[in-house]
Design a protein. Structure first.
Length: 395
């Protein structure tokens, strides 16, 4: 590696990935630029939200003090003092969620190169889709916006309101390339349809057995990307043509496809067993893939590749457990706008850290697998350097 993670983080991971000019541009595009001079301009609020995610679960005022110390150290704002918690709340309300979402949309992208181990497989960039839920503060506004799970006994409600997040992840670098936010009642499959906007023809997307609905399959493959999703073992998949590698071709069609004049979609089915006596009842797998040519993607190779899907689960764990803090079980914001700001801030910080790690992995004479680098090491290094670089952060 050309540089260690602490060395790279030392230049300021937030302003390095999200420089002030870019933040200002996004704020202006969302029409959030101040009409008059304020104690908390929109740019500072964006960096405050990012610092909140990076330093989680530190309290509001402690995070703002970190930023204030950085400003004073840079000689930019002289005697500026941290504002009150109420002032921060009002400033967040003025900012809204749009600049955070737009910044993520602008910056989230695949980070891997063909030379990096684990990024490509047989010419495809490996991606995965998975979902998770965040518990959020138990306020009336959050409950009305996001909903909450039931008690488990079929009556009433229980637990915290929840936000559903479905993410598209680059397997080789663990970078979150896109994410869709919804409420507890929004299905993972429905939200995943929106990820089509970020798929390209060079991608092979892995997904679990909750995903392969015909509607989702049609939506995602319309991008030109290929899919390899696990299917439930009891799904009816009649054999139309057996292929030399033991897989077979079939078709899938939604109930309303005929009425809408849509043709059935050809898919390839791969059925195999895992020789694992420690997993009774979980030894049989069925995969559906849009790659119909067994020469380009042999059945045994796809079966061996499929566990890469779990990279997506580990990414979501990085955000929820390590970055947010293992003891932080609930996002603190009591408004839906604040909740969405927090989630986008966590996604942006995670992407910045993963970009840092990808740069470190690719920086040496021989690129190394990003899995060999420690996310917690990168996180600790970045937390030690929450300062604003001289001249980069004017009020």
């Amino acid at each position: 590696m050309a540089s260690s993670l602490p060395d790279l983080a030392g230049v300021g991971v937030l302003t390095r990935m999200y420089p002030p000019w870019l933040v200002d541009e996004v704020v202006a595009q969302c029409d959030r630029t101040e009409k008059r001079r304020r104690l908390l301009p929109a740019r500072l609020v964006v960096y405050f939200l990012l610092a909140m995610a990076l330093l989680s679960p530190a309290p509001y005022l402690e995070v703002m003090r970190h930023l204030a110390e950085g400003l004073r150290w840079a000689g930019l704002w002289g005697s500026w003092h941290p504002p009150s918690k109420a002032a921060i709340f009002r400033a967040r309300g003025r900012l809204g969620v749009e600049p955070m979402a737009a910044l993520f949309d602008r910056c989230a992208r695949p980070l891997g190169t063909p030379a990096m181990p684990g990024v490509f497989w047989r010419g495809w960039r490996l991606m995965a889709i998975d979902g998770t839920r965040f518990d959020v503060a138990d306020s009336a506004a959050n409950a009305a916006e996001f909903g909450r799970p039931g008690t488990g006994r079929g009556e009433g409600t229980g637990g915290y309101p929840q936000v559903q997040v479905v993410a598209l992840v680059e397997c080789g670098t663990h970078a979150v390339v896109d994410a869709v936010l919804g409420g507890w009642h929004d299905g993972e499959v429905r939200l995943a349809e929106d990820l089509e906007r970020s798929l390209t023809e060079d991608m092979l997307v892995l997904g679990d057995r909750n995903l392969p609905s015909t509607r989702l399959w049609r939506a995602l493959t319309s991008s030109g990307a290929d899919l390899c999703f696990r299917a439930k073992t009891n799904r009816r998949l009649p054999v139309l043509q057996t292929l030399p590698d033991g897989s077979w071709l079939t078709v899938i069609q939604a109930g309303d496809d005929k009425k809408a004049g849509r043709e059935p979609m050809a898919v390839r089915v791969i059925r195999y067993r895992l020789d694992d006596p420690g997993r009774p009842g979980e030894d049989q797998y069925v995969l559906l893939t849009s790659v119909l040519d067994p020469v380009r993607a042999p059945a045994a190779d796809l079966a061996a590749l499929y566990p890469q899907r779990w990279e997506c689960e580990s990414v979501l764990d990085e955000i929820k457990t390590h970055q947010r803090g293992a003891k932080t079980v609930v996002l603190a914001s009591k408004t839906p706008t604040g909740v969405r700001q927090e989630i986008y801030a966590h996604l942006l910080v995670h992407h910045a850290l993963r970009a840092l790690m990808a740069e470190a992995a690719a920086g040496g004479p021989e690129p190394v697998d990003c899995d060999r680098l420690s996310f917690t090491t990168a996180l600790r290094a970045a937390r030690r350097t929450v300062t604003i670089l001289p001249g980069s952060f004017s009020p």
